[in-house]
Ligand binder design. Sequence first.
Ligand SMILES: Nc1ncnc2c1ncn2[C@@H]1O[C@H](COP(=O)(O)OP(=O)(O)OP(=O)(O)O)[C@@H](O)[C@H]1O
Ligand SMILES: [Mg+2]
Length: 476
Amino acid sequence: MPIPDPSERPVVLAQVMAAFAVVVAAFVAATVYSESRASVIDESALSIAQNAAPSIEYLAGGRAGLRQLALAEDEYVDTFLAGGHMSPEAVAAARATLEGDVHAYLSLPRYPGEGAAWDDAKHTLDELDRALVDVVAAVPQGPAHLRQADANFRAQVEAVARAFTDDLQINADNAARLADRIQRVSRRRRRLVFGLDGVCGLATLATALLVLRLLRRHQRLARAYEEALERRADELEAFAGRIAHDVRNALVPISLSVSQLGRMELGDPPRQWIATADRGVWRLFELVEGLLAFAKAGAQPVPGEATDVAEVIRDVVLAQRPSADAAGCELRVSAVEPCRVGCNPGVLTSLVGNLIGNAIKHTDGPIRRVDVSATMRGPVVRMVVEDTGPGVPEHLRESIFQPFVRGGSAAVGVGLGLATVRRLAEGHGGRAGVDPVSGGGSRFWIELPRLDPAAGAAGSPGNPVTSRNPRPGCSA
Ligand SMILES: Nc1ncnc2c1ncn2[C@@H]1O[C@H](COP(=O)(O)OP(=O)(O)OP(=O)(O)O)[C@@H](O)[C@H]1O
Ligand SMILES: [Mg+2]
């Protein structure tokens, strides 16, 4: 089954981006529209406050002043008609009071259409002033003239009152129009902003749902990817088990032949070659047996097994020395404490062999050195393979322990060595990892639970030392 690719999520991602764009657009539109409508409302409110309202106030004051003026003039005329005498000061004072309001009104800005009424008010006021002057001038001319001038004055008072009323009406109409505009604009603004806020909310909800969908899809893909990798590793494990089984069967006749050769009377060099071949066949058996046992046990250690760490390290180093020499790499063993771990020698050979093989394979540069050690640390045995190679970049220090993950090394390989190391170590209750070495290089390490020396005593019934078990099919 193909491994799913977790990067396949373009459609939902595009939808998330689109929904997010809608959120931003709705927010910006709501803000811009609201601001523009707010300025219309401000402008109308300002016009009411600074023009219509004071105009109405001054015109109302003007009408009151006009009434006062008419009363003062009335008293003035009545006094003379009754044969008395009166100074025109009270009339002049009433006229001055009226002038205050009229002046204040005329200094305000005009609404469209107010100009004519404004001119009319000014004109009737001029006429009123002339009529008032005529009243004062008619006093010495006798009662008939005075009554005539008085009648003319009253007609002018009426005209001014009408002009004031017209101006009042215009300002009241404008105030009503502006108030209506404020009401309409703010109602429309509320509706639109409410609508845009709704769009914004829906788009936010859609974004959240899409992000959730994206996350779920990502999790599903990641799970499927992990499962596929696990399936592949399981298949490989089963395959390795089958291969190991077949290799063991093929090794049996070779092993028998080498044993037969070893019993023959031969000279020194051939005897050495046979001994080397015998050792190689034995190691192959150990390796194959260990892997076969591991595959069968599903990464669980076979209970009761014990392996001498120093012995396996010595054998692995011996076996790897030719390739180290060929690569110009100094392979040395420092501090190996006598101890044993609870696995079969094939498993330990695979663990140590992988790390030493990697160190030789991936180390380059003028100084090539690989150092192997094993020390006891409380309840565990720590085996370390340190090299002077290029080291492992920090971002790869975990992932290289995953199946099929390889670093930038040019050396051949499939990327299964370290994954096998970690699975074997963890399957046996241990750990595996890598640390950087100051000045370059890397320090790969494995920790396995240490066997209690008493429990692991050689030959004790429930805990045989399996590294020296007779080879399968070679008991003869
Ligand atoms: N001692 C080391 N120094 C530097 N890089 C290393 C070392 N050991 C492993 N690596 C890096 O880790 C990667 C994974 O190692 P691993 O043993 O899993 O695979 P491999 O050696 O490439 O192939 P194989 O499956 O044959 O072992 C390597 O490709 C290499 O880049
Ligand atoms: Mg390797």
